[in-house]
Design a protein around this ligand. Structure first.
Ligand code: GLN
Length: 230
């Protein structure tokens, strides 16, 4: 470039599953977009690094962190005790919980108890929605899919009675698809964190520092407004 930089910035590789709007998705210009993508760019910026994105199935992200194929997973990933056995998480950055979504004209399902009346649920494989569904209904009544979009397709076409998914994502589908609604109370309270290899405590500290910086100077709040204003 014009500055004649001899050294290219080091890359920071983010693993994600870019089909989880508004957190990560591929936009109409065929670019990665979303809250997590913006946040990760800011973090990379703080670290003086170049962000690179490696898109994969959600249930492959932890192994990608373990094998060091990626430096971090930023994927609306809930901090759970089970995952903490394998990876470290940054400080929490979003509070979200699992909710039940049904078709708007469904009067039968109004709560989690109604789901237990032999109702079927679609979820994204390996997510906390999957874990919640497994707690509530029989395994034979769960449809597990690689993409949350496919889970919503099952609901739209009437092949399942409900979807269990993160609250902000449910809200997004309700706003964009219509003919859907949330029912009952949120099933969980969950916090998202950035997953980092346990051997890379230096990066974890850098990420936490970067997060603190963008929270302090207001950039984090701007992102919240940008992605969750409605
Ligand atoms: N927050 C949920 C989880 O961590 C879902 C994440 C996702 O599907 N990207 O399991």
């Amino acid at each position: 470039n014009d500055n004649g930089d001899a050294e290219a910035a080091e890359t920071l590789i983010m693993g994600t599953n870019a089909e989880f709007a508004p957190f990560e998705f591929i936009n109409d210009d065929n670019e990665y977009d979303g809250f997590d993508v913006d946040m990760a760019k800011m973090i990379a910026d703080e670290l003086g690094m170049e962000l690179e994105i490696d898109n994969m199935a959600f249930d492959g992200l932890i192994s990608a962190v373990l094998s060091e194929r990626v430096d971090m997973a930023v994927a609306a990933m809930t901090i759970t005790e089970e995952r903490q056995e394998e990876v470290n998480f940054s400080d929490p950055y979003i509070n979200a919980g699992q909710v039940i979504v049904v078709l708007e004209d469904n009067d039968e399902i109004q709560s989690v108890e109604d789901l237990q009346e032999d109702k079927s649920v679609a979820v994204q494989l390996g997510t906390t929605g999957d874990i919640e569904a497994s707690r509530i209904v029989d395994d034979s009544n769960i449809v597990r899919l690689q993409q949350i979009n496919a889970a919503f397709m099952e609901l739209e076409t009437g092949r399942v009675d409900a979807v269990i998914v993160d609250n902000p994502v449910a809200q997004r589908y309700i706003n964009t698809m219509g003919s859907l609604k949330m029912v009952g109370e949120p099933l969980t309270e969950e916090y998202y964190g950035i997953a980092v290899n346990k051997d890379n405590t230096e990066l974890l500290e850098q990420i936490n520092q970067a997060l603190a910086n963008i929270k302090e100077d207001g950039r984090f709040d701007e992102l919240i407004v940008k992605w969750f204003a409605d």
